[in-house]
Design a protein around this ligand. Structure first.
Ligand code: NAD
Length: 512
C-alpha cells in the first residue's frame, strides 16, 4: 500500500471509493454498479470502484475532442517532450509502479520491473519517433506539379487493455499516440484498475508542468464490458485499440467496423516452439521453461505447444519435468519466486477443465496441474505448471487456456512440424530451435510460420519494444510498439501541388 501513497494514487478517491472517470480536468466517481478488484496474491480486496457508465462517456468525449483540437497543432517534437518527461517520471517511480503490477496482476517483481522498463523504453523510442513522422515525396506525371504524403494526427484513441500487461500495453499505444497528436482514453481491465490510476497520475504530474498541453490527453475511465462496448460504438474514436481475448476482439471489431472506424487488435495466442533434432537442447530447455511457466502461463506469448522431433522428445521431456519440479512457486513479491499466482479462481477452474479435457482426448499428464496451498499466501490460486503429452490434433490443443499448460507434440519431418505449428486458429508467436540453417530459413520463409512473431533459437515470449508486436488470424492482425506501428495513430494525406501556370489533368485527359 505504500507504493500507492508514494505514487499519489491513494488521493484519487472519495472515502473508500476510487474515481472512475479522470480527464485531468475532472475526476468523478462512476455512476454504475459497485465492484472491487482483488489481489491474486491472497484474494484480498485492493480497491473499490463504481463502474463508469456509457452515459458518462458522453462528457469525457467532449473533453477528448477539445483536447484533440489543441494537441494536433502542437509540434510533434514538443509532444515528444511530453513523452520524454513521462518516461523520466516512470523511471523515478519504477519500483513503486512495479509493485502495483505485482499486487494487481500477480507478476513476480523482476517481470513487473521489466514491464515498467518496457514503458520507459517505448518512451525513448517515441521521443525519437516524434522527429521522424516522415511522409514520402512522390514524383508527379504532370509538368509543374509535385506530390507528397503527410501524416496527420488521427483523433482521440481509445485503448482497452487486458489484465496481464496492465502498463506495457497502454504505454505502447499511449506514448506513440501522444507523439502523433492523439489524446488517449484508457479503459483498463477491471482486474487491474489501480495500474491505470498509477499511470494516469504519472502522466498528470508531467502535464501539470506543461500548461500548453491539454490535460485530457491522458484520460482514464474504469468500467466493465458495457463501457468497452460503448467505447467501440462511439464515433469519437477513429481508432480503438483493444487487447484481450479473441471473443472480445471479435465483438469490438464488428462494432467498430459497422461505423467504419479502425480497430487495432492484439488478441489471444497459441504459441508453439519447434525443437529440431539438431537443436542446442541446453539453450532450448531454458527458453522453454521461461516461455511456458513464466508469468504462470499468463502471457499472450506464453509457450503452449512444444513440437519436438521424435528422436529427442523423451529426453527433453524428462529434463523439463525435472526443471519444473524445482521451480519456486509462491508470493510474487518475495525474492526468488519464479512462478506467482493465477489471476483468480475462474482462471484456476479453466485450467482444471482444460486438463480434464486433455485427459479425455488421450493426453498424458507428465507433471503439474495441482493447486499449491503450502508455503504460499492463503487465498491465492497457485498451481504447479503442467506438462501434457498429447496428439497435435486433440481439440484442446487448439484452444488458448490462459494458464501454465504445456502440450508436448511430436513430428518426424520438419515440413510436418511447420504444418502442426500453423494448424491452430491463432497466429501470435512462434519459435524454432535448430542448428540447421535450412530449417531456420524455411521456418522464416513464406512457407514457414504464419505468425506475427517467428523467432530462431529464442523462446516465444519476451519481445523487444523495437519490433512491431502482434499476430495474424484469431490474434487480430494488429501491430503495436516499434517499427512503423506509429502509423496506426495517424491519417495519411496525399497532397498534389501545382506550381506551374497551366492545369494539365492526370492521365492526359482533355476537358475543354
Ligand atoms: P478479456 O478479453 O477478458 O478482457 C480484455 C478487456 O476487454 C477488458 O478491459 C474488458 O473489460 C474488455 N472487454 C471484454 N469484453 C468486451 C466487449 N465485448 N467490448 C469491449 N470491451 C470488452 O481479456 P483478459 O482476460 O483481461 O486477458 C487475457 C487475454 O488477453 C488472453 O487471451 C491473452 O492472450 C490476451 N492478450 C493478448 C495480448 C496481445 O498483445 N496479443 C496481450 C495481452 C493479453
Amino acid at each position: 500500500q505504500t507504493c500507492l501513497e508514494t505514487l499519489g494514487v491513494n488521493k484519487l478517491k472519495e472515502g473508500d471509493t476510487y474515481y472512475s472517470v479522470m480527464t485531468g480536468n475532472t475526476m468523478s466517481l462512476g455512476q454504475g454498479s459497485a465492484f472491487s478488484a482483488h489481489s491474486p496474491i491472497d484474494g484480498k480486496v485492493l480497491s473499490n470502484f463504481l463502474n463508469a457508465t456509457p452515459e458518462q462517456l458522453g462528457e469525457v468525449n467532449a473533453e477528448l475532442k477539445a483536447a484533440f483540437k489543441a494537441l494536433r497543432t502542437i509540434p510533434a517534437p514538443r509532444r515528444g517532450e511530453l513523452v520524454r518527461r513521462i518516461g523520466e517520471e516512470a523511471r523515478k517511480y519504477k519500483h513503486e509502479l512495479a509493485q502495483v503490477i505485482a499486487l494487481e496482476a500477480g507478476k513476480i517483481m523482476p517481470e513487473a520491473l521489466g514491464e515498467v522498463q518496457e514503458w520507459i523504453d517505448v518512451c525513448d523510442f517515441a521521443v525519437g519517433q516524434s522527429r521522424m513522422l516522415h511522409g514520402l515525396s512522390i514524383v508527379s506525371e504532370r509538368p509543374g506539379h509535385r506530390m507528397m504524403e503527410q501524416w496527420q494526427p488521427l483523433g482521440p484513441v481509445a485503448v482497452i487493455t487486458a489484465f496481464n500487461f496492465p502498463m506495457a500495453v497502454w504505454s505502447w499505444n499511449a506514448m506513440l499516440g501522444l507523439i502523433c497528436g492523439d489524446p488517449i482514453l484508457l479503459k483498463p481491465s477491471e482486474k487491474a484498475p489501480l495500474c491505470a490510476l498509477a499511470m494516469y497520475q504519472i502522466a498528470q504530474n508531467v502535464l501539470a508542468d506543461m500548461p500548453d498541453m491539454p490535460k485530457a490527453s491522458v484520460s482514464v475511465m474504469i468500467g466493465d464490458r458495457d463501457l468497452g462496448e460503448a467505447i467501440a460504438a462511439s464515433d469519437t474514436f477513429p481508432l480503438v485499440s483493444a487487447t484481450g481475448s479473441t471473443a472480445m476482439g471479435r465483438a469490438v471489431a464488428q462494432t467498430v467496423a459497422a461505423r467504419l472506424g479502425r480497430s487495432l487488435l492484439e488478441l489471444g495466442g497459441n504459441n508453439a516452439m519447434i525443437v529440431s533434432d539438431t537443436a542446442d537442447l541446453d539453450l532450448a530447455l531454458r527458453a522453454i521453461v521461461f516461455s511456458a511457466a513464466g508469468t504462470a502461463g499468463q502471457r499472450c506469448t506464453t509457450l503452449r505447444r512444444l513440437i519436438c522431433h521424435d528422436d529427442i522428445v523423451d529426453g527433453l521431456v524428462s529434463r523439463l519435468a525435472k526443471s519444473y519440479s524445482s521451480l519456486p512457486i509462491g508470493n510474487p513479491l518475495a525474492e526468488g519466486t519464479l512462478v506467482g499466482p493465477l489471476i483468480d479462481a475462474g482462471s484456476y477452474q479453466r485450467m482444471q477443465t482444460a486438463l480434464e479435457s486433455a485427459k479425455r482426448q488421450g493426453g498424458e499428464i507428465v507433471c503439474g496441474g495441482e493447486r499449491v496451498t503450502e508455503g504460499v499466501p492463503q487465498g491465492g490460486y497457485y498451481v504447479k505448471p503442467a506438462i501434457v503429452r498429447i496428439s497435435h490434433d486433440a481439440p484442446i490443443v487448439h484452444e488458448e487456456t490462459f494458464a501454465p499448460i504445456l502440450y508436448v507434440l511430436t513430428y518426424t519431418d520438419f515440413a510436418d512440424a511447420i504444418e502442426i505449428q500453423n494448424e491452430v486458429p491463432q497466429g501470435l508467436s512462434s519459435a524454432v530451435f535448430t542448428e540447421s540453417m535450412r530449417e531456420a530459413e524455411f521456418f522464416m520463409s513464406p512457407a514457414g510460420s504464419d505468425c506475427g512473431i517467428a523467432n530462431v533459437n529464442i523462446g516465444t515470449s519476451g519481445a523487444e519494444i523495437g519490433g512491431a508486436f502482434g499476430g495474424e488470424k484469431d490474434t487480430g492482425g494488429g501491430r503495436e510498439s516499434g517499427s512503423d506501428a506509429w502509423r496506426n495513430y495517424m491519417r495519411r494525406t496525399t497532397n498534389t501541388v501545382n506550381y506551374g501556370g497551366d492545369l494539365p489533368l492526370a492521365q492526359g485527359i482533355v476537358f475543354e
